[in-house]
Design a protein around this ligand. Structure first.
Ligand SMILES: *Cc1c(COP(=O)(O)O)cnc(C)c1O
Length: 440
C-alpha cells in the first residue's frame, strides 16, 4: 500500500496550522477608544465640515499617505468601492475601453462596467502572473482610455514598461494593490506608480479592518474627485462649486471610525507582518527547490514581492503526472488552518478562473438583458471574450499553478518543515500516483 494519504496512507500532518491573527491588544484599545465616544462614523453627505469624515478617518488617511509615500490617501469601505471611484475619477466615458487583467479578483474587471465602459482582457506574463506589457500593447484601440494593472499575489507588475506604454498612448493607469501593500518596485511602494492606486483591508488581506479600502494618488484633482464619488457627489457639487461634474454620481463608500482606528494600528504592524511572511517564504523555498517539475515564483527585476499567496508553477511534462493529481495528493497530506476551518487545507489548483470565461462575459449580461454595455448602438460588435483569448492565463489556471497560503505568520519553522515534508512525501511517491491512475 502507498504511504500517500490520497491512496489510503496516513496524512503528513493532521494538527491544524496556526491562524493568521494580526488583530491584538492595540486594535482592541483603538476600537474601544472609538466606542467610548459613541461616534462610529462622522461623515455627512453634504458640503459641510464633516464631508471628509471623522477624526479617525482623517488621521488614518494622513498616516496611510505617509506610510505609502503618497500625497493623498482616501479611505473607503472596500477595494471594490475604491476601484469604482478610481474609474469614475479618471473621467471614463461610456464605450471607452479599459485594459484589465484576466487573473484577478472579479472587481478589478467590473470597475469599468460601472461607468458603462468595457473591460478588454490582456494576457499575463507566464512567470509573474501580472499583465504582460506586450499583450497590453496589442489590445490598444482608439477607444482605450486606461489600464487597470493588478499587482497579483503580492508581486509588482512591470510598471516601467506599462507606464511607458501609457505615456505613448495617453492612457491613465490604475493600480489594484489589494494583494500588494508594502510591495515595492525599484524602491518605491506600489500605489503611486500609476495615476491612482487602490488597496483592500478585507479580512483576508495582509493587514485588515474587517472590510475596508484605501485609494492613493499624488494628484490633487483625482483625490478630490474620489472623495466626492465616495460621498454622494451629485448632492454636493453645487455647494462646493465643482465645475467638472463628469462621473460625479456619488455612492456611499464611506469608512467608519472603528475601521479607521483599527486601520491606524494595522499600518504600524504591516512591515513586520510582511517581513515575517517573506522570511517564511525564503525558508520554504529552500526546502522545495529541488522537486521535479516544481518552480518557485519569479520576481520582477527591482521588485519586492509581499506574497499574498505563494504561487508555485508545476510542469506535468517533467513528471508525467497531471497538476490536478499532484495537487490532490498534496492537499490530502496537509491539515486545515485555524480560524479558517471548513475551507480545507489552504492550498489550491489555479486561482480564479480567467475572468472572461465567467457567465457575465460569456453571455454579455451586465446591465439588463440586451448586452449593455458590451454591445450598444455605439458599439455594435462585442469585445472578444472567447476561450483561448489569453493562452498564458489559461495555461496557468488550468495546468500549472498550485498556490498556497501556508507561509503566513505565525507559522513556525516546525510548521514550515511539516509543509515541506508533505511536498517531499508526494514527490517521492509520484510512481504510486502513476500506478494508481488517479483521475483529477
Ligand atoms: C481582495 C481583492 C479585491 C477586492 O477587495 P475588497 O476590499 O474585498 O473589495 C480587489 N482586487 C484584488 C486583486 C483583490 O485581491
Amino acid at each position: 500500500m502507498s504511504e500517500l494519504a490520497l491512496l489510503g496512507g496516513k496524512p503528513s500532518r493532521t494538527t491544524p496550522l496556526p491562524a493568521y491573527q494580526p488583530i491584538g491588544e492595540e486594535e482592541h484599545a483603538a476600537a474601544n477608544r472609538v466606542m467610548k465616544t459613541g461616534v462610529l462614523s462622522k461623515f455627512l453627505g453634504s458640503w459641510a465640515n464633516d464631508f471628509m469624515g471623522g477624526p479617525e478617518v482623517q488621521a488614518f488617511e494622513r498616516e496611510w499617505a505617509e506610510a505609502f509615500e503618497a500625497r493623498y490617501a482616501v479611505a473607503v469601505n472596500s477595494c471594490t468601492s475604491g476601484l469604482y471611484a478610481a474609474i469614475g475619477a479618471i473621467g471614463i466615458e461610456p464605450n471607452d475601453e479599459v485594459i484589465v487583467s484576466p487573473y484577478t479578483m472579479a472587481a478589478s474587471a467590473t470597475a469599468p462596467l460601472i461607468f458603462n465602459a468595457v473591460p478588454i482582457f490582456a494576457d499575463i506574463h507566464p512567470g509573474t502572473y501580472c499583465l504582460d506589457p506586450v499583450s497590453i500593447k496589442a489590445r490598444i484601440t482608439s477607444r482605450t482610455k486606461a489600464i487597470l494593472v493588478v499587482h497579483i499575489f503580492g508581486q509588482p507588475a512591470d510598471m516601467d514598461a506599462i507606464m511607458a506604454i501609457a505615456r505613448t498612448h495617453k492612457l491613465k493607469v490604475i493600480e489594484d494593490c489589494a494583494q500588494a501593500p508594502f510591495a515595492t518596485y525599484k524602491g518605491r511602494p506600489v500605489g503611486t506608480l500609476g495615476d491612482i492606486g487602490v488597496f483592500s483591508l478585507n479580512y483576508h488581506k495582509h493587514i485588515h479592518t474587517g472590510e475596508g479600502g484605501v485609494i492613493t494618488t499624488n494628484d490633487e484633482d483625482l483625490a478630490e474627485r474620489c472623495r466626492l464619488i465616495r460621498n454622494h457627489a451629485e448632492a454636493v457639487v453645487e455647494k462646493k462649486g465643482v465645475s467638472n461634474i463628469v462621473n460625479m454620481i456619488g455612492f456611499n463608500f464611506r469608512m467608519g471610525e472603528l475601521e479607521a482606528a483599527i486601520g491606524r494600528e494595522q499600518i504600524k504592524k504591516g512591515p513586520t507582518l510582511i517581513a515575517q511572511r517573506r522570511d517564511n517564504v525564503r525558508y520554504l523555498e529552500e526546502r522545495l527547490s529541488n522537486l521535479p517539475g516544481l518552480a518557485m515564483p519569479e520576481v520582477e527585476a527591482g521588485a519586492e514581492h509581499v506574497y499574498y499567496v505563494h504561487a508555485l508553477s508545476y510542469n506535468a511534462k517533467a513528471t508525467g503526472i497531471p497538476r490536478d493529481t499532484v495537487f490532490r495528493a498534496l492537499k490530502a497530506e496537509l491539515p486545515e488552518t485555524a480560524l479558517r476551518e471548513g475551507e480545507g487545507p489552504l492550498i489550491a489548483q489555479g486561482y480564479v478562473k480567467p475572468l472572461y470565461l465567467a457567465p457575465m462575459y460569456q453571455q454579455l449580461k451586465a446591465f439588463g438583458s440586451n448586452g449593455f454595455p458590451f454591445v450598444s448602438a455605439a458599439r455594435p460588435t462585442p469585445p472578444d471574450y472567447r476561450k483561448g483569448l489569453c493562452p498564458n492565463v489559461e495555461r496557468a489556471h488550468f495546468e500549472t499553478v498550485i498556490f498556497h497560503e501556508l507561509m503566513r505568520p505565525p507559522m513556525t519553522r516546525n510548521d514550515l518543515d511539516d509543509v515541506a515534508a508533505a511536498f517531499h512525501k508526494v514527490f517521492r511517491n509520484l510512481d504510486d500516483l502513476k500506478k494508481a491512475k488517479v483521475g483529477s
